[in-house]
Ligand binder design. Sequence first.
Ligand SMILES: Nc1nc2c(ncn2[C@@H]2O[C@H](COP(=O)(O)OP(=O)(O)OP(=O)(O)O)[C@@H](O)[C@H]2O)c(=O)[nH]1
Ligand SMILES: [Mg+2]
Length: 407
Amino acid sequence: MPVSGDQLITLLIALAATALVVLGIRRASNRSSNKLKPSDSGKRLSSRSSGDDSSGDDSSDESSGNKSENDSQKSGASATKEGHEESSEDNEQDLLDASLSKTRSLGFVGRLGKLFSRKKIDDALLEELEEVLFTADIGPKTANRLLGAIKEGLSKDDLEDPQVVWKMLKDESIDILTIESEEVTFDNPVEGEPFVLLVLGVNGAGKTTTIGKLAAKLKAEGKKVLLAAGDTFRAAAVEQLEVWAERADATIVRGKDGQDPSSVIFDAIRQGKEGGYDVVIADTAGRLHTKTELMDELKKVGRVCDKALPGCPHETWLVLDSTTGQNAIAQAVHFKAAMNVTGIVLTKLDGTAKGGVVLGISEEMKVPIRFIGIGEQVDDLRPFSPETFVAALYQSGDLSGDEAQRQ
Ligand SMILES: Nc1nc2c(ncn2[C@@H]2O[C@H](COP(=O)(O)OP(=O)(O)OP(=O)(O)O)[C@@H](O)[C@H]2O)c(=O)[nH]1
Ligand SMILES: [Mg+2]
């Protein structure tokens, strides 16, 4: 059949259009299958994480992805880890700095800072220093020690330099807070037996909250955790621990209301052993009719722990509310006289001006501070480090920049 010129042109146009459509579909399918390649999606992620979000161009996206891959290969995994560690250390310091801001502005460090902002230190200033230290929340024993370090440890020339005196205060504070002790790893040296931690403290100090935070931390480390609801005197106390157990994904052993706390803790330790748990944390009552009754009850708990599993509790921690200032020091002394306290947890350091109480407790008790509570959330429990704490505590008085701040 003869074909006219017009028909030929229409046919060619149709063919060309079909070819274009086929090409377009192929390209599109290539692009989408490329997107699904794991290597490419990895590159995209790494380029995003390096902050290169602005470019919508695929090629530059890829090249920055390759570059960061190569860079990370060059520097190696350890460098990346160090980077993370450094930034998390910075975060920790920032968090603590924020928590202690009231102690620095309104507490004794704030008052000291005002004194030392004067150009020269004279006898009048030393007298004022004495007054600030002795009226602070650190207690007279610690005040004496700090003052003694300044008066006896520094020469006349040293005393004229506020920065030298400030550094002496920091160094002596680190000394006060550094109590030699073995690190607590929450591992029972006896295979197949749980590590048992007994938690004490007056009502409202933050025992249950601390136990919940700690349980979550240990669970995140892969440990099997059992909580013992040993505060059987208040129904609400058991319920509170139950809420935390759920939050931390830990198991809880609870008795009946009014059941003897020792028997609940005994059962929990036994169940901890039989059930292959790594850690048992026992909550206890914070208030009974009298202080003597409370201490007798706690002593009994201690004895029963040893019956359930000889040698335990492996650690006995006293939880103290830092907002109570010197009262916390008095409580610490009282508990230490009755129980073998092996660690302190200081709660509510966020938002208190009485952070200096940490020094008083350490000097008075000579028991290591294990953790500090800086909020009500599950991750607001931090391991205590004297250096980090002192850096945050005395920060505002550092006059010579970063180096001095981090000393
Ligand atoms: N801001 C702040 N609040 C805290 C911290 N730790 C505990 N709390 C709060 O303090 C209050 C008392 O805490 P609990 O854990 O119930 O104290 P407890 O020692 O178990 O008290 P009792 O069961 O009455 O003996 C709660 O409202 C907690 O949320 C902390 O580090 N910071
Ligand atoms: Mg409680």
